[in-house]
Write a protein that binds this ligand. Structure first.
Ligand SMILES: CC(C)(COP(=O)(O)OP(=O)(O)OC[C@H]1O[C@@H](n2cnc3c(N)ncnc32)[C@H](O)[C@@H]1OP(=O)(O)O)[C@@H](O)C(=O)NCCC(=O)NCCS
Length: 165
């Protein structure tokens, strides 16, 4: 018999719609605070739109309880997805929703023909999904140990400058 999923049966992972934006912003604001707009990662997002087919919410009884967004960026000359922010509502963490969101977003990026996913985050969390330290340059200061890359299949790690896609 297989191990039971941690994800509550009442929660679905669903594509984000324009109607979810206010709820998503509220979860991200609560998780990161207003300082998030000063981050280097934001330089890659400002003025861009998330990839609509790779951007998900965790939804329970119509209410958004988690979010993950992917954005188009370029490493060198190669288009790739940039993940973030990811956040799960306080009080609903450690139920596996974060893992479901990461895995769904990565699967969608691969299905969309992108070669991998880049992010700025903690290796102790994202390492479990196959993310490893990346040798790339972001458009601003960032702890290099937190710049992580997951390539799909047997593609080699990309390196070079990262810019908005
Ligand atoms: C990170 C986050 C999205 C994970 O969501 P989640 O639904 O709790 O994730 P999961 O249930 O899949 O995994 C929970 C496990 O990851 C661990 N974890 C969470 N964040 C972690 C981190 N930054 N580093 C290491 N481990 C982490 C938890 O301690 C928990 O461990 P356990 O399984 O041993 O109990 C959520 O904690 C969150 O919203 N945090 C605030 C925003 C944030 O930090 N985003 C990520 C930026 S790096």
């Amino acid at each position: 018999m297989s191990a039971p999923s941690l994800q509550p049966l009442s929660v679905i992972i669903d594509l984000e719609t324009p109607f979810d934006r206010a709820a998503v912003d509220a979860i991200v604001d609560a998780a990161f605070g207003p300082g998030r707009f000063a981050k280097t990662a934001e330089r890659l997002r400002e003025g861009a739109e998330p990839l609509a087919d790779c951007t998900f919410v965790a939804r329970e009884a119509g209410k958004v309880v988690g979010t993950v967004r992917l954005w188009p960026v370029v490493i060198g000359e190669t288009r790739i997805a940039f993940l973030g922010p990811i956040a799960v509502q306080g009080g609903r963490r450690r139920e596996g929703l974060g893992a479901q969101l990461v895995e769904r977003a990565c699967a969608a990026a691969e299905a969309a023909g992108l070669p991998g996913v880049l992010l700025v985050g903690d290796t102790p969390y994202f390492g479990r999904f196959g993310f490893v330290k990346a040798d790339v340059r972001l458009p601003g200061p960032v702890d290099p140990r937190r710049v992580l890359l997951k390539m799909f299949g047997d593609r080699p790690l990309l390196s070079g400058d990262v810019r908005r896609g």
